[in-house]
Ligand binder design. Structure first.
Ligand code: SF4
Length: 293
C-alpha cells in the first residue's frame, strides 16, 4: 500500500529556469544522473543549485534491488568517452564538489572500477581543486578493484549499506551485508586516511535497535561519515514505505550516531549525495589531519 506523505515531506517548488539549465548541460553531454534515474525527491532543489550526482556506466543495472527505481537488465558496453564528457560537465556546472556513482556492473571483469578511475582523473584534469566523492557498488568485494580505485585518491569513498541486515533478503537480495562492510574495511586497509562514507534508509520496517547495530558495524570498519534518510518508494513496483520516521527521530539518530563518532547528516530528505559538500566541510573540521588532502 502506498501511503500519504506527512507534512514534513512536502517540498518547495524549485527555480525551473536553473533546473532546465542543468538538464540541458546533462542532455547535451549525454550523461546520466542518479537524481533522474532513481527518481530522487530532491531533484528540483539540487538541479536548481546546478548540482547533480552523475551515474556512470550506463542506465541499466545488473541487479534488481526492490527499493531502487533504476532500470535493470543487460547493460550496454562501456562508453570510453564518458569520463571526458563528465569532466567537462563538472566544469560547465561550476562544481567545486562532485559526487559520482554508478549502476552495478557485475557483467564487467573489473565491475566498473576502471571507469571510476578514469572519471576521477578526468574530473581532476578539467577542474583543478574540485573535490570528488564516489559512491560505488560493492565490486563483488574484489580486493584488486577496490585497491585500484583507492589508489587514485577520491576525496571521499562512499558505499551505502542501505538497510539493516535483517531486511537484505526483502529489499537487497543480490547484495551481502558482510561484503558491504568488508569493502569499507578494505578501503581503510589500503589507505587509512581516505574518508569513508555510508548511508542507510529508514522507514523500511527496521527497528531502532537494528539501526544502532548498523551504526556499530560501520564504526567497527572505520566508516567516518554517515547519512540517514527516509525511504520513499519510487513507484508502485518498488517496496512500499513501512513507516514515516519523524523529524524528532531523525534528530535522535543523528545524536546517537555522533556519539558513536560519525560525522552525520540525518533527516527525512537526506540522501547519501544530498548536500554532500556541506557534510564534507563538517568532516574536514572534525577529522582534520585524518583527511588525505
Ligand atoms: S540528493 Fe543526490 S541524488 Fe538526489 S537530486 Fe540531489 S544530488 Fe541528485
Amino acid at each position: 500500500m502506498h501511503r500519504r506523505l506527512p507534512v514534513w515531506l512536502k517540498k518547495k517548488i524549485p527555480d525551473m529556469k536553473q533546473v532546465e539549465e542543468t538538464r540541458d548541460i546533462l542532455k547535451r553531454l549525454n550523461l546520466n544522473t542518479v537524481c533522474e534515474n532513481a527518481k530522487c525527491p530532491n531533484i528540483g532543489e539540487c538541479f536548481s543549485r546546478h548540482t547533480a550526482t552523475f551515474m556512470i556506466l550506463g542506465d541499466i543495472c545488473t541487479r534488481n534491488c526492490r527499493f531502487c527505481a533504476v532500470k535493470h537488465g543487460i547493460p550496454s558496453s562501456v562508453d570510453i568517452n564518458e569520463s571526458e564528457r563528465l569532466g567537462k560537465a563538472v566544469s560547465e556546472l561550476g562544481l567545486k564538489y562532485v559526487v559520482v556513482t554508478s549502476v552495478t556492473r557485475d557483467d564487467l571483469k573489473d565491475y566498473g572500477a576502471g571507469q571510476f578511475v578514469d572519471v576521477i582523473n578526468s574530473v581532476r584534469r578539467h577542474n583543478s581543486g574540485t573535490k570528488i566523492e564516489i559512491l560505488t557498488p560493492d565490486f563483488k568485494g574484489d580486493e584488486a578493484c577496490i585497491t585500484q580505485v583507492v589508489q587514485n585518491k577520491p576525496d571521499v569513498f562512499g558505499h551505502n549499506i542501505e538497510t539493516v541486515p535483517g531486511l537484505y533478503e526483502n529489499v537487497r537480495q543480490e547484495a551481502d551485508y558482510g561484503m558491504s562492510l568488508n569493502l569499507l574495511k578494505m578501503i581503510k586497509k589500503v589507505n587509512s586516511k581516505l574518508v569513508t562514507k555510508s548511508g542507510i534508509m529508514v522507514g523500511l520496517g527496521e527497528t531502532r535497535e537494528e539501526v544502532l547495530g548498523v551504526m556499530d558495524d560501520l564504526r567497527d570498519v572505520g566508516c567516518d561519515l554517515l547519512t540517514i534518510g527516509q525511504y520513499l518508494s519510487p513507484s508502485k513496483n518498488n517496496t512500499p514505505v513501512a513507516e514515516f520516521i519523524t523529524p524528532e527521530m531523525f534528530a535522535e539518530y543523528k545524536k546517537l550516531a555522533e556519539d558513536k563518532g560519525f560525522v552525520v547528516a540525518s533527516g527525512p530528505f537526506v540522501r547519501s549525495s544530498y548536500k554532500a559538500n556541506d557534510l564534507f566541510a563538517v568532516a574536514k573540521q572534525t577529522l582534520g589531519n585524518n583527511l588525505i588532502n
